[in-house]
Design a protein around this ligand. Structure first.
Ligand code: ADP
Ligand code: MG
Length: 271
């Protein structure tokens, strides 16, 4: 689990994160959503240590990451997998060499063992046949899958993905979301995804953190989001009439479910 306690980050006199507290749970797909410029990427960079916060605390399984020295931070970083925007593959390396890269940097074991692990991961993302190809020779969706294979090759406890669906068509986006979700459950990873893809929110977000102008405006599950009363959240998520209709239908569907009806009628505080 990752816990943020009142983190603040600014550049010069420009405040970007204005005191954010949130939790990201293991075995769950945790989404950070919000309009462009709301601070999602800055927040992710702070969490993984690519940027340092001005104040506040970041805990990895109750260990204070913000108070660690470089050596201690390195041990946490080795448990982190990252899928960067645009996949960020090395163009001069084959698919297989790209996935091998983290193993060569941090992994132990013989070449044969490493190669076995690379092929396992490529198999997992359905890319075994593309091992010898170069990034320029494969599609955008395949590149993302190579990026995912590279991110999981060291068996990370934490997986961070910044806009994993950017540049992909809707169908491929759904496949990538599904793959990330499956891996999260299979290996009980704490997955954190920055996105503004509403399909992702509705289909695979277990836990959602909505950022608005540097504040955490709302936090809850993708079931709670259907009933959420927060006006800014609703304006953002259900921006079109089509989505507002879809929301109403989902509400009616959930209302037929007794557990939800009890919960909604039982006076539980609404988020
Ligand atoms: N290194 C930086 N120096 C100064 N300002 C930055 C830097 N990185 C991001 N920002 C600013 O922080 C704000 C939030 O950016 P970002 O986190 O990238 O938004 P998002 O990912 O939600 O679209 C933007 O106004 C951006 O210009
Ligand atoms: Mg961003």
């Amino acid at each position: 689990m990752i816990e943020l306690r009142d983190i603040k980050k600014g550049f010069g006199d420009k405040e970007i994160l204005k005191g954010v507290s949130a939790t990201m749970e293991s075995g769950k797909v945790n989404l950070i959503i919000g309009s462009s410029g709301s601070g999602k990427t800055v927040m992710m960079k702070c969490i993984v240590g690519l940027m340092t916060v001005n104040s506040g605390t970041i805990l990895y399984n109750d260990q204070d990451f913000t108070a660690m020295d470089e050596h201690e931070k390195k041990t946490i970083r080795q448990e982190i997998g990252m899928l960067f925007q645009g996949s960020a593959l090395f163009d001069s390396m084959t698919v297989e060499q790209n996935v091998m890269f983290p193993l060569d940097m941090f992994g132990k074991g013989s070449y044969k063992e490493k190669k076995k692990r690379v092929m396992e991961c490529l198999d997992r993302v359905n890319l075994k046949d593309a091992a010898k190809r170069f990034p320029a020779e494969i599609s955008g969706g395949m590149k993302k899958r190579v990026g995912i294979a590279r991110a999981i090759v060291l068996n990370p406890k934490y997986l961070f993905c910044d806009e994993p669906n950017s540049g992909l068509d809707p169908q491929t986006s759904l496949l990538i979301d599904k793959l990330i979700k499956e891996l999260t459950l299979e290996y009980t990873i704490t997955t954190v995804i920055n996105t503004h893809d509403m399909n992702t929110v509705m289909e695979s977000g277990d836990h959602i953190i909505y950022m608005y102008e540097g504040y955490k405006q709302w936090e809850g599950s993708n079931e709670e989001i259907i009933f959420a009363k927060d006006e800014k959240l609703n304006d953002f998520i259900f921006a079109s009439e089509f989505l507002r209709d879809a929301k109403e239908m989902r509400q009616m569907e959930m209302f037929r479910d007794k557990n939800w009806r009890d919960r909604l009628q039982g006076g539980k505080p609404e988020k």
